[in-house]
Design a protein around this ligand. Structure first.
Ligand code: ADP
Ligand code: MG
Length: 444
């Protein structure tokens, strides 16, 4: 079925597109009314899901004459196999590789990690740990915001250690998985097994340790795992979205242990590093993207490397589908991904007007002294946006709202805090930013 579906796809698609995106799919079989397909990395997955999943299922259903549901997954070590029966379970035939339990993405290596000022310290520390586990720094604690390379760097250590010695016991898992396995083990009275599993490794990589926040019992368990490993001179690497000391509800004895070794931060990469990452990725994936578009992406997606990569993939697929490489088209394609445009001059009164209209109140209310929430809330948001989107000083913003600078600063902090806690407010703020940007564009 699959090979006949492929024939159909080959007819519809250009050779280039077919070779690059369809030929890389491995057919895994038909089970539970779903056609299972796998690819070898996330890039293929996201691209295919976004652009071709309906085409693929249509191709299959045109062969079978029945509606077809497909499921795409990433299988890192998938070895393409000869076409087989649908009932076959290809997994069992694949030779089990040493270290397969480690749960590592084999693309997350040091070779694929682009170094720049934002990450060179963390990179050097990770490298030192990989080269001499448990003798360099133990634990290694890497923190930083989302999409800045924590998981990549941590797994690079695991991949490196395994590449030197296939027999090393390496375990990578997210803190969430660790927690879930612990809970399962508790329920099934298999705690001993669980403990043995994680206290007998040479290298334990636990990702996103902030997940432990507020989970007393889990912290207790992790404390003992940590001690057991540490005492046996086994290497521990942890990642977190912030410094350990800023984790609320984390028992102090864990905080202090996390700081025993080395603590490093992954920062937001500068523009040169972002360009270097994009170059590396597009070479690695063999994408044909003009240099000028790489610059454009690097300039306009600045704070999250995962998003940067997502943008790259979308642009690559867009170009290969439409042949269009125009910046305007790309800008439209990525309108939700790009940073908010900053280069249009945004006057304060435009912000005030937009916010007032959005909330259905009068601009004068924003400047007035009335305090009901229906007015105080928009007012704070307007002050916040004015501070975010203009270059005006606090006193001058104060003037624009008939207040002093302290009120503006207070509103700014208040809203900033709440956007972190409250999805709805974050959404309102984002919507307003978009509206204001659109207005500002329209004006100039
Ligand atoms: P985090 O765990 O901090 O959220 P990830 O490690 O998942 O971030 O990184 C997000 C994406 O960015 C991954 O695909 C990763 O390969 C890529 N990435 C991050 N930092 C770099 C880098 N310095 N060089 C190349 N790719 C990077
Ligand atoms: Mg991560």
């Amino acid at each position: 079925i699959w090979s006949r579906a492929c024939d159909k796809l080959r007819d519809i698609l250009s050779k280039d597109v077919y070779e690059r995106w369809i030929a890389v799919i491995t057919y895994k079989g038909y089970k539970d009314e779903v056609y299972h397909l796998s690819v070898t990395n996330d890039f293929y997955l996201s691209w295919l899901e976004e652009n071709y999943s309906s085409l693929i299922s249509e191709a299959i259903s045109s062969v079978t004459g029945a509606p077809a549901r497909i499921q795409l997954v990433v299988e890192r070590d998938a070895v393409p196999e000869p076409e087989g029966d649908e009932e076959e379970a290809p997994k069992s035939r694949r030779p089990r590789r040493q270290g397969a339990d480690a749960n590592l993405n084999k693309d997350y290596t040091f070779e694929n990690f682009v170094i720049g000022p934002s990450n060179n310290f963390s990179h050097a520390a990770a490298m030192a740990v990989a080269q001499s586990p448990s003798r360099a720094y133990n634990p290694l604690f890497i923190y930083g915001g989302t999409g800045l390379g924590k998981t990549h760097l941590m797994q690079a250590i695991g991949n490196f250690v395994l590449s030197k010695n296939r027999r090393k016991r390496v375990s990578y898992l997210s803190c969430e998985t660790f927690t879930n396995e612990y809970i399962d083990a508790l329920g099934q009275k298999k705690l001993t097994q669980f403990r043995k599993r994680y206290r007998n490794v040479d290298l334990l990589l636990i990702d996103d340790i902030h997940f432990l926040r507020g989970k007393q019992q889990m912290q207790e368990e992790f404390f003992h795992t940590f001690n057991a490993l540490f005492q046996n001179r086994k290497q521990i690497v942890l990642t977190c979205d912030r410094p350990a000391s800023e984790l609320k509800d984390l028992t102090p004895r864990l905080v202090s242990r996390f700081e025993w070794g080395l603590v490093t931060e992954l920062e937001v990469p500068d523009i040169e590093t972002r360009i270097a990452i994009l170059r590396h990725k597009s070479e690695y994936l063999n994408l044909a993207i003009p240099e000028s578009l790489l610059f454009f992406l690097a300039e306009r997606i600045s704070t999250n490397i995962r998003r940067l990569e997502g943008g790259l993939i979308r642009v690559a697929s867009y170009i290969s589908l439409t042949g269009k490489k125009d910046k305007k088209d790309i800008e439209y394609l990525l309108r939700d991904t790009l940073d908010q445009q900053q280069d249009h001059y945004v006057p304060v009164d435009l912000i005030q007007r937009t916010v007032a209209r959005h909330f259905g109140i009068h601009v004068a209310d924003l400047m007035g002294k009335k305090r009901p929430r229906s007015i105080a809330h928009p007012r704070q948001i307007a002050m916040y946006l004015a501070r975010c989107l203009t270059q005006e000083s606090l006193p001058s913003l104060g003037g624009a709202f008939g207040r002093n600078h302290a009120t503006i600063l207070h509103a700014y902090r208040q809203v900033e805090k709440r956007t972190g806690e409250d999805n709805q407010i974050r959404q309102t703020v984002n919507t307003l930013k978009q509206k204001i940007a659109a207005e500002a564009r329209g004006q100039t």
